[in-house]
Design a binder for this molecule. Structure first.
Ligand SMILES: [Zn+2]
Ligand SMILES: [Zn+2]
Length: 404
């Protein structure tokens, strides 16, 4: 929300800019870019601040931090955007598990170092799980990524239903956008690379720098939905793509540290919320998704250090019913994730809190590496002469610096 004071302050800031003041570049702190002027503090003896403010806490070398960027549904809601979980590791690496619609707005609020956000693991190709891939691809490129965006995702029952075809179509659909930006931005950042793997196999699909990600099948409407397990430094994070409870998940998630799984509505709730007839409501909630009681039973089998539920609207009239449904069948450690729930994990401690960020936050700015990355020439040849000739003369001030 912008107050008149904030608008006035922004106006002063703009004046200052045009007066020649440059914005601060990100600071490197222990190899990580953080917004200029912030000095992240080390958390001592598991005494975490009650609220997590982005870029104020140093991640310990043996620590994992998970942020639920989106925990909602395909139909938009400002309270819960669609599925996405950010996993940050103490070795400086970051990974995104799903990038559902709306989730990149939440990501922007964290003021992240976008040069680190070049790897996405996609559980399946529903919009509520991959709807913001193009937004991350292009927005992340503008915000500091100077390397290609890598998308790891499952095959489908035929090539045109797989991740490679999906990414090829994203590239084709945004040709107008990306080819017009090419040359002004770092060349490599404009690339998007699909890494498609067999959805039917349990297999390691990523193994670099001590980080191992395993994919295994999920049961969700059609062939081609998977779940993931990330292992690093003795810690494990399991991310369930949409599914009914299944044998692969029960096996791979057994005893893991943090286990995220969908926790959908009951058929009765879905009839009330979405207006579905009972047959369709049962199909959606209990045969292609997992209702709260099923989530609870699955977690009772898996027994994680922390069970994390998502894939709902956390509305006041529903959240206690959802929680109550889980508690009918599971009594272990539980977080009913909301957008911006943050979970810190070490071998001896798990902390669950909420992120608070500035809704007027700006991107932290690009790094020196982005500024100096190889780039071609601006795409000046894309307009017809008749169009260019419509430019009104002498309205734009001439260059003040050499541009050739
Ligand atoms: Zn979903
Ligand atoms: Zn789905």
């Amino acid at each position: 929300m912008k107050t008149p004071l904030a608008v006035a302050a922004a106006a002063v800031a703009c004046l200052a800019l045009f007066g020649g003041t440059a914005l601060g570049k990100p600071d490197k702190v222990d190899g990580m870019n953080v917004p200029f002027g912030r000095v992240p503090q080390k958390v001592q003896k598991n005494r975490y601040p009650r609220t997590f403010y982005p870029n104020t806490e140093k991640l310990a070398a043996d620590e994992m931090r998970i942020v639920a960027l989106g925990t909602g549904m395909p139909n938009q809601s400002p309270s819960n955007v669609a599925a996405s979980f950010l996993v940050e590791l103490g070795n400086g690496e970051s990974f995104l598990f799903d990038v559902g619609t709306g989730s990149t707005d939440r990501l922007a609020g964290l003021e992240p170092d976008y040069s680190e956000l070049d790897t996405v693991f996609a559980s399946h190709l529903h919009t509520d799980h991959v709807g913001d891939v193009a937004a991350l691809w292009v927005g992340g490129w503008l915000n500091g990524r100077y390397t290609p965006l890598h998308v790891y995702g499952p095959s489908g029952s035929s090539p045109e239903l797989g991740t490679k075809a999906h990414v090829d179509h994203i590239r084709a659909a945004w040709a107008w956008d990306v080819t017009s930006r090419a040359g002004t931005l770092p060349d490599a950042g404009g690339e998007i690379v699909a890494h498609e793997f067999d959805h039917s196999k349990t297999a390691v699909i990523y193994d670099e720098n001590g980080v191992k990600v395993t994919s295994f099948p999920a049961i969700h409407i059609r062939d081609g939905s998977v779940s993931f397990r990330l292992d690093w430094n003795g810690l494990s994070f399991v991310f369930g793509g949409d599914s009914v409870p299944n044998k692969w998940f029960a096996k791979e998630a057994k005893g893991a540290d943090v286990v995220v799984h969908e926790c959908f509505f009951t058929p009765e709730q879905w009839m009330k919320i979405a207006g579905f007839p009972y047959k369709q409501a049962y199909w959606v909630t209990s045969q292609i998704h997992t209702p709260p009681q099923g989530f609870g039973k699955l977690m009772s089998m898996v027994q994680p250090r922390l069970a994390v539920a998502y894939h709902y609207w956390n509305q006041r009239d529903l959240e206690f019913e959802l929680y109550g449904g889980v508690r009918e069948t599971y009594s272990g450690p539980l977080a009913m994730a909301d957008d911006l729930t943050v979970i810190n994990v070490t071998k001896d401690h798990i902390e669950v809190r909420e992120v608070t960020f500035n809704h007027d936050s700006w991107p932290q700015g690009t790094s020196k590496e982005w500024d100096t990355a190889p780039r071609g020439e601006p795409a000046t040849g894309l307009m017809s002469d008749w169009l260019k000739q419509g430019t009104l003369k002498d309205l734009v001030p001439p260059p003040t610096q050499p541009i050739d």
